[in-house]
Every structure is written in C-alpha cells, then in structure tokens.
Write a protein that binds this ligand. Structure first.
Ligand code: FES
Ligand SMILES: [Fe+2]
Length: 339
C-alpha cells in the first residue's frame, strides 16, 4: 500500500472507511481466502466452518498476506493458515496454533482483529470500521424465488465512486448516453421527480415517470413507453433502480461501487425481473453490460478526475435536472461536517 492509494483528503478517507462495501459476489467465494483492496487497505475474506471472516490481509506476526494462505482443519474446526510460518487463525480471529512451537501459548496480540462482514443478496459486504455507518442496502428482490436474475462480471472503473453513483441516479443522460440502447432520443425532457432524504441521512429515494424505449424483449420492436422509476440510494455508493413497466412487469437493477482508490472503483451490478423468467437471460445480461459500458465510457473521461466528494470547489455547475446530485452532495457536506 502506498500513499497514492489513499484518498488525499483525510476527513473523506476517515468517513468513507465507515460504510459497507461489496467485497465479492457470494458465488466467487470458494473454499479458500480472497483478497480485496478497499480505500487502499488490503482485506482478506474467508469462510471458516460456514461463517464469513474478514480481516486486514496482513499476518500480525511478520506481515505475510493471509490471502495467500489456505483453510485447514485443526482440532475439529476450520482455520486460516498463514502462508509464511503457518500460524493458524480460527473463526474468531484467535491464533490457536504455530507449527514451529506447537506447545506454546500464543500472545493475544497476534490474534486477528475481525471486521464486520456479511453476506446479503448475492454479495459479500465488508466494513473497514468496527462500527459501520448505515446498513447494507436492502435488495430483497434479488433473493426472491419468483424472479430471473444475473450478475455482471466485476469491473474496475477508472472513475470516482461517487460519480458512479451520481451517474446511476442521473435522469438527464438516459436519452443521450443510452440512445442506442433504451433511451428515448425523441423525448429528452426530464419529468419532475419526487425526492426524499431519510431522517437518518443514509438513503435518498427518488421517483419519476420516465420516457424510454421498451426493451423488454431486447430483440423486439422499440416502442416508446413511459415507465415508473424508483431509485433508492444507500450511502455511500449503492443504488437500486426499480422499473415498473406496467402493473405486472418489474425489473430491479442494483449497482454498487467499492472504492479502491480516490478515482477507481470495483463495480458490482446485478439485476432481477419478475417476468420472462424462462426467457433469454444471456441476452438480457449482455444488454445490461452494454448499457453499463455506455456509462463507463463517459465516466472515465470526466474532468477533473478527482473532486471533493461533496463537489465543493469543483467548479461544476448544478442545473435544474440535477436533483439527485444536488441532494447527494448536500448530504455529503452534512455528513462530513459532523465528523
Ligand atoms: S508471518 Fe504469518 S505466521 Fe509468520
Ligand atoms: Fe446510465
């Protein structure tokens, strides 16, 4: 880890360490440990006896990356074994065995400090702070038995995670950037939206009836329609968009950006729908990946690359179509002011 990986604003870095971030798709967590870098800090996650364990990816003994270790059985339970001198850590983080000194009582200082880590809605979430701010986003649609679903491949986007959230909640770009996929280029005016910030300051909800092209079949005719969008944004960088096509057909698009550095993010995107359950899931997934790519191409060339998370002194100009971004940056200003 070098300083260039750390967000240059110490207050922002300290605040961001307190939110939940997606570390891995559940399906990607196999029998061994995995590593992820969040805000420049290397984290190891492993499943021991079915329970998730997360910690700094650094052995307290001599600093070996624990993600290079393996899961072993020790006295009836699973342990993570360090790749260097094979210290064994159990599911509580306690160092319980050192092969080089098998009879020794190990000092508690060599135990791992565990981080909050939970599996929810197909994703493993972690927080770098023992006392997380807010909750893991509630995305129960992904778990429903009556939906079709997919997860996009993980991608690293060279963009600020807050800009990724701002873009996902941005209405005015839909008919422009996504004109080749679902945006209605002949209907660019953004309708009025209703927006509320929760009393605890952890979520922003906004709803709008938007014109778009009906892409429910992906290979059928592109019919202009108006559909009900409801976005729920959970701080810091997680949003679910619920699209109500009609009284029956609903689609949920979930996206979360995990800050790797100040200007890069690991992007998780997954979708669920309660219609066309047996339809062509691969085509639906490809379509969404194309849409995500349209956003990514634009986000990676925005200037300046790095601004304060609350937009202060960025020189950017808010316009009437920016309801979400205005509320989001105001919220960041408030939260930063309280730290
Ligand atoms: S560095 Fe991990 S056991 Fe020595
Ligand atoms: Fe977009």
């Amino acid at each position: 880890m070098t300083d260039t990986h750390i967000i240059d604003d110490a207050r922002e870095q300290a605040l961001l360490r307190r939110y939940w971030y997606a570390a891995s798709y559940s399906s990607a967590l196999g029998a061994g440990p995995v590593s992820v870098t969040i805000l420049g800090e290397d984290i190891v996650i492993v499943r021991l006896d079915g329970e998730l364990v997360a910690s700094r990816d650094q052995c307290p003994h001599r600093g070996a990356p624990l993600s290079g270790g393996i899961v072993v059985n020790h006295e009836g339970g699973e342990c993570l074994r360090c790749p260097y001198h094979a210290l064994h850590f159990d599911g509580t983080g306690a160092a319980v065995h050192l092969p080089g000194a098998p009879g020794d009582r190990l000092p508690s200082r060599v135990n791992l400090a565990l981080l909050p880590c939970e599996e929810r809605h197909g994703i493993v979430w972690v927080c770098l702070d023992a006392a997380p701010l807010g909750d893991i986003p509630a995305w129960p649609a992904f778990d429903r038995p009556d939906v079709a679903r997919f997860q996009s491949d993980l991608e690293v986007w060279q963009a600020m995670p807050s800009r990724i959230s701002e873009n996902f909640n941005d209405l005015a770009h839909l008919s422009i950037i996504h004109a080749a996929t679902f945006g209605d280029a002949s209907n660019t005016a953004v309708p009025a939206e209703t927006l509320t910030v929760s009393d605890d300051g952890h979520t922003i909800t906004h709803s709008v009836t938007m014109p778009q092209l009906d892409r429910q079949t992906h290979d059928g005719p592109l019919v202009p329609v108006r559909v009900a969008y409801t976005y729920v944004h959970a701080m810091a960088f997680s949003t679910e968009l619920c699209i109500q096509y009609d009284d029956v057909r609903t689609e949920w698009i979930q996206m979360t950006a995990t800050p790797l550095t100040a200007t890069s993010a690991l992007v998780f995107q997954q979708s669920a729908r309660n219609f066309d359950i047996d339809g062509d899931i691969a085509a639906w997934r490809e379509f969404q990946i194309t849409v995500n790519g349209e956003d990514r191409d634009l986000l990676e060339v925005l200037k300046p690359k790095r601004i304060a998370i609350d937009g202060s002194e960025s020189g950017e100009i808010a316009l009437s179509v920016d309801a979400f971004t205005i509320a989001y940056r105001r919220l960041w200003r408030q939260v930063l002011g309280q730290t």
